[in-house]
Write a protein that binds this ligand. Structure first.
Ligand SMILES: Cc1cc2nc3c(=O)[nH]c(=O)nc-3n(C[C@H](O)[C@H](O)[C@H](O)COP(=O)(O)O)c2cc1C
Ligand code: SF4
Length: 386
């Protein structure tokens, strides 16, 4: 498997001249913009990793004249705090990215869906938007960005629940298809992208597609902003080339006693020490929206798992049975195993339940509960049992 070292990159926070990038994009056709994004190999940074160029291409192909660009700034995954930093430091690049997406798909309106807990950033963000709008007017670009605030529900980061929330409805995921490119917010063709995806697109237009395609591996192009937390002497935000192993990551950020790394937050995967060297951080190994949580030997993996299951039980929207009941049963199940009320072999039944949830749940929340559950139970069984 292709592998890279741990290389620090400075792309997302690099200052650029918004006027110059926008003028450059303004002189390009929609097809030219999309071609550059496709050539770069950029995949969405919100977690699912769908190719951004394809998303824009599908939305551009829709005939409806009313289309939307939505920036997903809900950032609800436990352990992720990089979008906050991007918005705080380079919000004009987020606005630039939304405008370039609008030029690519043919939209006149953009909406930033901002995590409710980031409300404190709003006055600053709106002031910066005012200055940005002056640049748009100067160039003659007809694009209007507005804000909508979340109210603390993790599920509202899921794209279709987010659209429902914007429309003033309960934040519950929709059936798919239709996909957002055909029927998104207000049931109009919509390109929804993560904050970091949009900023990366700006840098692709600014520097050319090679800025992304020459970094990373075949399946995971470019760099990524990581939110590093847990048992580390150096918690914080780091932009790194994709394709390093967990071992290389731990060598840089661990405290010398790392026993596990949870890659991708509560919905991600737990990598134990014995697998550090063989596991690539990227779409070919363990994908991540950015959350990297290190655990040392003082931590109980039972407590970690219990915490995640409580989180999912609380945040499940309750719309479909496999997830609503499954989350509760997994939580109850590990509690019974820990107390010795059932045999440890009951964990095998719970693993089967997690597999059913992956197959039968309606959205990504229920489908991903099994990631952490299985990787923690399989690798730290002795810590879960009585
Ligand atoms: C439960 C759940 C929560 C999500 N939360 C977020 C989030 O906070 N931010 C985000 O960008 N994507 C989140 N996503 C992924 C979005 O549904 C969607 O894939 C993403 O906004 C697409 O942007 P991208 O292609 O740029 O990654 C979440 C998905 C699920 C299933
Ligand atoms: S999987 Fe969970 S969060 Fe998603 S629709 Fe079903 S109940 Fe709601």
């Amino acid at each position: 498997m292709e592998q890279k070292g741990l290389n620090k990159v400075d792309l997302i926070f690099e200052q650029v001249n918004a006027r110059d990038v926008l003028r450059k994009a303004y002189e390009m056709t929609s097809e030219e913009i999309i071609k550059q994004i496709l050539e770069s190999g950029l995949k969405g940074r919100g977690g699912a990793g769908f190719p951004t160029g394809l998303k824009w291409k599908y939305t551009a192909a829709e005939k409806d004249p009313e289309k939307y660009v939505v920036c997903n700034a809900d950032e609800g995954e436990p352990g992720t705090f990089k979008d906050r930093e991007i918005l705080d430091r380079v919000s004009y690049k987020v606005y630039c990215g939304m405008t370039i997406a609008a030029m690519a798909i043919g939209a006149k309106n953009g909406i930033v869906y901002l995590r409710g807990e980031y409300k404190f950033l709003l006055p600053k963000l709106l002031k910066e938007l005012e200055s940005f709008n002056k640049i748009l007017n100067e160039i003659g670009i007809d694009f209007n960005i507005t804000y909508r605030l979340g109210s603390g529900a993790y599920i509202c980061g899921e794209e279709s629940a987010l659209f429902e929330s914007i429309q003033g409805e309960r934040g519950e995921p929709r059936n798919k298809p239709p996909y957002p490119t055909t029927s998104g917010v207000f049931f109009k063709p919509t390109s929804i992208n993560n904050v970091e995806t949009l900023v990366t697109a700006v840098m692709i237009i600014h520097h050319g597609p090679e800025i992304c395609s020459k970094l990373g591996t075949k399946d995971s192009r470019g760099s990524k902003v990581f939110s590093v937390s847990g048992d580390t002497p150096v918690p914080g935000i780091y932009e790194l080339e994709l394709g390093m192993t967990v071992q290389q990551f731990v060598n840089e950020f661990g405290d010398g006693d790392t026993k596990a790394v949870q890659v991708g937050g509560a919905s991600g995967f737990c990598v134990p020490r014995k697998k550090f060297a063989d596991t690539i951080i990227g779409f070919e190994g363990v994908p991540t929206g950015g959350s990297m949580k290190l655990f040392n030997s003082s931590r109980s993996m039972y407590n970690v798992l219990h915490n995640y299951l409580e989180f999912f039980t609380e945040e499940s929207c309750g719309q479909c049975t496999p997830c609503r009941v499954g989350c509760q049963q997994l939580l109850k199940g590990i509690q019974m195993v820990k107390k010795g009320e059932v045999k440890s072999s009951y964990l095998n039944e719970l693993i089967k339940l997690a597999d059913v949830m992956k197959m039968a749940s309606k959205c990504g929340l229920g489908q991903s509960v099994g990631n952490a559950f299985k990787t923690i139970v399989e690798n730290f069984r002795e810590e879960i049992i009585y």
